[in-house]
Write a protein that binds this ligand. Structure first.
Ligand code: MLT
Length: 300
């Protein structure tokens, strides 16, 4: 049976099930120096986004007991995947489990921006009654541009479409079976969307997908939503575009650094914020838990 380190927490029922299956679970977050010392005693590590498994950790545990890294989530950007595999350590993720939850958060942020929910919750607590300042917009009739059209974006598209939005997307390839949504170039999407939402991984070699150049091409008063990955939107360029009024509002769940220290961004009056909670629902975590059990069963 396997000794499993659960480094960033996991669904309680799934943890119980793994224990019932005879595995030994240790639920504890370890920082890099401790990971380098202790991870070699485990067969499996389960992480979310907080624990980074980089080359230095992999080097420290290569040839030890560690056989499997499971990312409880979609993005593998906190793990040096090919390096781990080169060293004989398998890497798995749970790509399907959280799509609906992330899509719902994306739509929630769009409503939050359109109707000033994020800021009126703050000003009313301060005793203000800014009725006149919060003249919003309807989502219905607006164009939503999705950058990336994987599982999560498709769920966003379906929900936005029911709300009366026109949905366009850009991806490396047009996706079959979604004729109601048009595949356009990134440039067309940037120039014509009222809302732009990103659903792509962060790739270091590519860098931000929305920077000053892209903001300059956008419609005045565009809204930006990032529930994908920190780094895909250049935070400094975004702040500039918010200050100039080019961008009317931005909703951010993920940051270049987490927890974010970008005070200008997290105190900005046009920004709707959440602390990387796209997959943080009871349902998504339960489904992730089931996928983890399957991965452990398959491996052992
Ligand atoms: C994901 O990649 O699925 C999420 O970022 C997971 C998380 O919330 O840590």
């Amino acid at each position: 049976m396997a000794k499993i380190l659960v480094a960033d927490g996991m669904d309680r029922n799934a943890a119980k099930e793994l224990t019932n299956m005879g595995h030994e679970l240790v639920i504890e977050h370890l920082d890099v120096p401790e990971l380098k010392k202790e991870l070699g005693d485990y067969d499996v590590i389960i992480v979310r986004s907080a624990t980074k498994i980089r080359k230095e950790v992999i080097d420290a545990v290569a040839g030890s007991n560690l056989k499997l890294i499971i990312r409880a989530g979609v993005g593998l950007d906190n793990i040096d995947v090919s390096y781990a595999r080169e060293k004989g350590i398998a890497v798995e993720n749970t790509p399907k489990a959280s799509s609906a939850s992330v899509a719902e958060l994306t739509i929630a942020h769009m409503f939050s921006l359109a109707r000033f929910l994020y800021i009126s919750n703050v000003t009313m607590r301060d005793g203000m009654w800014y009725k006149k300042a919060y003249k919003g917009i309807e989502l219905s009739g607006k164009t939503l541009g999705l950058i990336g059209f994987g599982r999560i974006a498709v769920e966003v598209a379906k929900r936005a479409s029911v709300l009366g939005m026109k949905v366009i997307y850009t991806d490396i390839i047009a996706k079959d079976g979604y004729d109601e949504f048009s595949c356009v170039s990134k440039e067309e999407l940037i120039k014509t969307s009222d809302f732009i939402s990103l659903h792509i991984p962060f790739i270091k070699e590519v860098g931000p997908v929305l920077s000053e150049n892209e903001f300059n091409m956008m419609k005045d008063g565009v809204y930006i939503v990032n529930c994908a990955r920190g780094g895909v939107v250049d935070e400094e360029a975004l702040i500039k575009a918010l200050d100039s009024g080019k961008v009317a509002g931005a909703a951010i769940d993920v940051f270049e650094e987490e927890p974010t220290k970008n005070k200008k961004l997290f105190t900005h009056e046009k920004v709707s914020l959440t602390p990387h909670i796209g997959a943080s629902t009871k349902e998504a975590q339960a489904r992730i838990g089931l996928e983890i059990i399957d991965k452990v069963k398959e491996y052992f």
